[in-house]
Design a protein around this ligand. Structure first.
Ligand code: G6P
Length: 613
């Protein structure tokens, strides 16, 4: 996600801010900006699209900006394309309030309407500009000072944020506030440093204060005071950071992959909240996908590569079951050369984390050329697929650094569920009550994923036991087959153990000849109607010597009569089980790789974004 830095002291601020931002570059960004204050003079703002280098050059390494207090930001687009206008800092028209922001403000549209009614104008497409102007509005309306204005804004804002704010009347202070988005503050003598992530300030101090959720801080030169949302002072003790610089980049996790596995509850929650209203209904207006378009769809073709293709396989089951629309899922590299039959009312859905995968982009262009409607499910705003598709549904996963995708995959699944529920409701396949019930259950997924993650040590233990395995087979039926495809891919990508996913019923037509004494066979059994069927396929493997791992819902304890090792996932709507069952399989791949001492974040021969055929 975006990065924030801040400095308040007696040295020139801009070079320090640029250096801090450079320590956050690994997180990914598309533009950057600085706001520096020189005494009581007006704030100076400089922004640049693209690499930090551009901002560096514009400011002569920061030397061109005088002033000893400032804030800086690297932006990863969530609302509005990467551009200088959308880059932070944002300010009120009179530069009374200037701020940078990380996170997502869910009710920004509603707040923007309120501010428009009060004479505010907006120049960017960002939710941040709304936050800045809301603070300005409360500052001027109630005249209660910065802490009061920020607290009032926090009471109105829904979503997550870390904010760093400068006020015209307070030339020697930076104000910060946060909810569900990190922020640390470090004091070193008469200097104060602030950042969204520890690596940016590690060089200056290891003694930091963490601001709590819904708290505000006033940062002077070498001082920090804290307040709760009721404006009451809060006492805090500093914490000593023991991580080295490398560990700090990973937020204390050993690798990006495990960090991103743990970020899945947030990625899922943010993606749900991007399209579900406060009243619990699905709003696709941001995609400009109308009910009439939904009614006209005759069939859906989902096209993607790698894990995104596996989301498509799961999506096929969900769409067909809920909406009764015929769905075909295809690998982009096949679709583009197959001369596909597309009738005018076909909807082509392209799924891509990067939005740049060459085959997926070519497939999109092929579909557009044939005049059918296209919808991209994309993580990177402003990417080629996002720009070229007729409609875009953004996954709110934030930048993904590990080559093997985890959180983007999970966020893509959510987009599929939301589309399927909405399509089914509009087309009359399910009642509004059923849709509401499904949305309510969807909202429980982040907590359920969290519960699975709490039990990760069992998977770690199991991985240690099988680190020398030569082949691993995954089996499942229906949605469970889609789950095993992704489990098997994760496994081979990062652990280099040969693995295959098979539709359980197909096992007898070939793969079973590879099962020997001790071969690990992993069965996914999350679908009630298919449980007995897959279980009997597992028994067939066991009688040929296989060691069985079962992956099923809590309550299906009879599996223990057959499986040698079982992982349970919380119960949910059967359409959503992929979101839960994939977590232990991601963990298994990860721990196998780590146990074998491999480079889990950058596996050999693989690339994060495949921009060649
Ligand atoms: C590469 C990555 C995979 C990803 C696939 C599709 O192979 O290593 O993790 O699933 O590309 O990428 P996309 O960006 O289109 O989702």
């Amino acid at each position: 996600m975006c990065g924030i830095v801040g400095f308040n002291g007696y040295r020139q601020a801009a070079p320090i801010l640029l250096e801090g931002l450079s320590k956050l570059e690994y997180r990914g960004y598309d533009s950057a900006g600085l706001a520096v204050r020189n005494g009581t003079a007006d704030v100076e703002l400089v922004k640049a699209k693209g690499r930090l280098r551009a901002l560096y050059e514009k400011t002569n390494g920061g030397m061109a900006m005088e002033g000893t207090l400032g804030i800086g930001h690297t932006r990863w687009a969530t609302h509005g394309e990467p551009s200088e206008t959308n880059a932070h800092p944002h300010c009120s028209d009179d530069r009374n309030v200037v701020a940078v922001h990380n996170g997502i403000i869910e009710n920004y549209k509603e707040l923007q309407e309120k501010l428009l009614r009060n004479g505010y104008r907006f120049y960017s497409q960002t939710d941040t500009e709304v936050a800045v102007k809301l603070i300005d509005y409360y500052f001027k309306k109630y005249k209660g000072g910065p802490v009061d204005a920020i607290a009032r804004a926090m009471m109105r804002i829904r979503g997550s944020y870390a904010l760093a704010v400068l006020f015209k009347d307070c030339p020697d202070e930076i104000y910060v506030a946060r909810k569900d988005s990190p922020m640390v503050i470090g004091l070193a003598g008469d200097e104060t440093y602030m950042a969204s992530d520890v690596p940016a300030i590690l060089k200056y101090t290891r003694s930091v204060y963490y601001i709590g959720n819904r708290e505000i801080a006033r940062l002077g030169k070498g001082t920090a005071e804290f307040f709760n949302i009721d404006r009451e002072p809060v006492e805090k003790e500093p914490t000593e950071i023991k991580w080295d610089a490398e560990a700090a980049e990973k937020g204390g996790f050993e690798h990006f992959m495990i960090k991103e596995i743990h970020e899945q509850p947030k990625a899922v929650r943010d993606t749900i909240n991007s399209a579900v209203t406060e009243e619990g209904t699905i709003d696709l207006s941001a995609l400009q996908f109308t009910d009439e378009m939904i009614r006209n769809i005759s069939n859906i073709q989902i096209v993607a590569c790698g894990s995104a293709y596996h989301v498509g396989v799961a999506g096929q089951y969900v769409f067909e079951d809920l909406c009764r629309i015929p769905v075909r899922v295809e690998l982009a590299s096949e679709f583009r050369y197959r001369n596909p039959i597309l009738d005018p009312d076909t909807l082509v859905i392209i799924i891509s984390q990067s939005g740049e995968t060459a085959d997926s982009l070519a497939a999109l262009r092929e579909a557009k050329e044939r005049g059918v409607r296209t919808l991209g499910i994309v993580n990177v705003i402003g990417s080629s697929i996002a720009r070229e598709a007729d409609h875009v549904f953004y996954t709110m996963a934030g930048p993904e650094i590990a080559v093997a995708t985890t959180k983007a995959y999970s966020a893509q699944l959510i987009c599929i569920y939301l589309l399927a529920i909405r399509f089914a409701a509009v087309r009359g396949n399910i009642t509004e009550e059923k849709a509401a019930e499904m949305i309510a259950e969807l909202r429980t997924l982040p907590d359920k994923i969290e519960r699975i993650l709490e039990d990760k040590e069992r998977i770690q233990w199991f991985a240690a036991k099988f680190s020398t395995a030569r082949d691993i087979f995954f089996i499942g039926r229906g949605i469970d087959y889609a789950i095993t495809l992704e489990g098997s891919l994760k496994m081979k990508e990062v652990s280099y153990i040969h693995s295959e996913a098979y539709a359980a019923g197909e096992l007898k037509h070939g793969t079973i000849s590879l099962v020997e004494d001790g071969t690990l066979v992993i069965g996914s059994l999350t679908q009630k109607e298919l449980y007995e069927k897959t279980l009997s396929n597992m028994v067939e493997c066991k009688s040929r010597g296989a060691y069985l791992m079962g992956l099923t819902n809590y309550g299906n304890y009879s599996i223990e009569d057959t499986a040698d090792f079982t992982v349970y996932i919380p119960r949910t709507d059967p359409h959503y089980t992929t979101s839960l069952a994939v977590i232990p399989l991601q963990l298994l791949g990860y721990y196998l790789s780590v146990t074998k001492g491999l480079n889990v974040d950058k596996p050999r021969n693989l690339a994060k974004s495949v921009t060649v055929e």
